[in-house]
Design a protein around this ligand. Structure first.
Ligand code: MG
Length: 459
């Protein structure tokens, strides 16, 4: 049998509405998911606030019910909110309609297992094969599923997070936070959660608007200028921003300084290692040496994974690890759920600030500093594998970790070279204690890859 064309990428099925992401495709995905879980199964469906989310939800629900599955529609919620409700409910699966941090014209589908984590690849393949096949999967009229509605998703999710926080202690700290939810579903949760913890919340881009007029959805330094300005001008203790589905949290200090995700993960890891006897963290190979520094301070173990939040979640489940983190602002707090969760990250931050009685600046200043470099090179897809093998030969006198691509160890840093799974590019990421070295390592690798691509025979 010829393999069906791949629909699911590293974070579900994604595309531009009206191009690769159509109501027709989503209906077919709904049927395929309904067929996989079977007549009489129940699935939770939630979405972010994109302009096209309602339209695609109607198609998805039509597909699911026509294949005989019942649907519990929980409305607009962050991805981790849908994951949490799926985990605590007696259902077979969950589906989130979201394109995470992508621009507003994108949308997508994420399929969630009943443990709240994205489904493993074999289930995606099953769904892809059904979409590619001719079988329609529609059941007879008497077995078509029903749709039920629940408005309690946000409150269940918020209650779930509050269980892990010392509410009285945080309340007594009297904190102020700027919360930038980028006009999407984070606005339904994080301001409420923090308010319940006695935090004075100043909202930025807190109005729901599926065209994301306030800022692009990805929480990068260039997109978070307003949050930084408001934090600085209003004497806030910190600022926190989410992406479109609020599974990531990026922080700024009271003076408005942007913080990369691994610095936040390092603070949370340090706090956690002081309290929990497990002293173990799961993190992708792209994470900063900072995580290694904190782990060695506490004699903690690091379990390295490939890049991608689902790799971290599945490894946490497999090894029973309670903490995970990513450099892009992904915090995985296992006692709540082993998936990245932006609101939970904000709650952990206020817990840490209230327990340590230190400002976020002071806490961050106690961490070692690293410099990073990121770039990519175009490379025809059929060549990618061979180019990476040649790069490996070039660095053969170095220590190389091949968990995901090549992580070449340098005396004061590393270079990570990874081929993209979906695009004709090779990515390069480097880090060092010293800015010149970080750039030098990265630029040398980039130039080497360019030369190898240019001198490769046409394919
Ligand atoms: Mg996201």
């Amino acid at each position: 049998m010829v393999a069906a064309s791949r629909l699911f990428g590293t974070n579900g099925v994604r595309g531009v509405f009206g191009e690769s992401m159509t109501p027709h495709l989503v209906h077919k995905l709904g049927v395929a998911i309904g067929v996989y879980y079977g007549t009489g199964s129940t699935g939770i469906v939630g979405s972010d606030y994109r302009q096209t989310s309602d339209c695609l939800k109607a198609s998805l629900v039509s597909g699911l019910t026509s294949a005989g599955a019942d649907v519990l529609d929980i409305g607009y919620l962050p991805t981790p909110g849908v994951q949490y409700v799926t985990k605590i409910s007696d259902v077979e699966f969950g589906v989130v309609i979201t394109a995470s941090h992508n621009p507003p014209e994108f949308n997508g589908i994420k399929l969630i297992h009943n443990d709240g984590v994205e489904v493993p690849r074999p289930i995606e393949v099953n769904v892809e094969n059904h979409v590619a096949g001719q079988a329609h999967g529609t059941v007879s009229w008497g077995r078509v599923g029903r749709v039920h509605y629940s408005g309690s998703g946000v409150s269940s999710y918020v209650r779930g997070m509050l269980k892990h926080i010392d509410v009285d202690r945080v309340k007594s700290a009297g904190l102020t936070a700027v919360v930038d939810t980028g006009n999407s579903v984070g606005a339904l949760v994080t301001p409420i959660l923090l308010s319940k913890l006695g935090v004075r919340v100043i909202s930025v881009n807190g109005n729901l608007d599926g065209r994301f007029p306030g800022r692009p959805s990805e929480p990068t330094p260039s997109n978070l200028g307003l949050m930084s300005e408001v934090a600085r001008d209003n004497g806030a203790d910190f600022g926190v921003a989410h992406d479109g589905d609020a599974d990531r949290a990026i922080f700024c200090t009271s003076s408005g300084e942007f913080q990369y995700g691994d610095r936040t993960v390092a603070l949370i890891a340090r706090w956690w290692f002081e309290r929990d006897s497990q002293r173990r963290i799961v993190t992708p190979v792209s994470s900063s040496t900072l995580i290694e520094d904190i782990a060695s301070e506490y004699d903690a173990e690091i379990i390295w994974t490939e890049v991608g939040s689902i790799r971290v979640s599945r490894k946490m489940l497999e090894t029973g690890t309670k903490l995970g983190g990513e450099e892009n602002g992904g915090v995985f707090f296992g006692p709540h759920q082993p998936v990245r969760d932006g609101a939970m990250a904000a709650a952990l931050m206020v817990q840490i600030l209230s327990e340590t009685n230190q400002g976020i600046e002071e806490l961050l200043n106690s961490l070692p500093n690293y410099y990073q470099f990121k770039d990519k090179v175009s490379c025809p897809s059929p060549l990618k594998e061979r180019i990476v093998a040649l790069v490996k030969d070039h660095y053969s006198d170095h220590e190389i970790d091949e968990t995901d691509g090549l992580k070449v160890r340098k005396p004061d840093g590393w270079i990570l070279i990874r081929k993209s799974g979906t695009e004709p590019i090779i990515r390069c990421f480097s880090e060092a204690k010293n800015e010149t070295h970080a750039n030098q390592y990265g630029e040398t690798a980039i130039n080497l890859i360019k030369e190898l691509v240019d001198s490769a025979p046409d394919m």
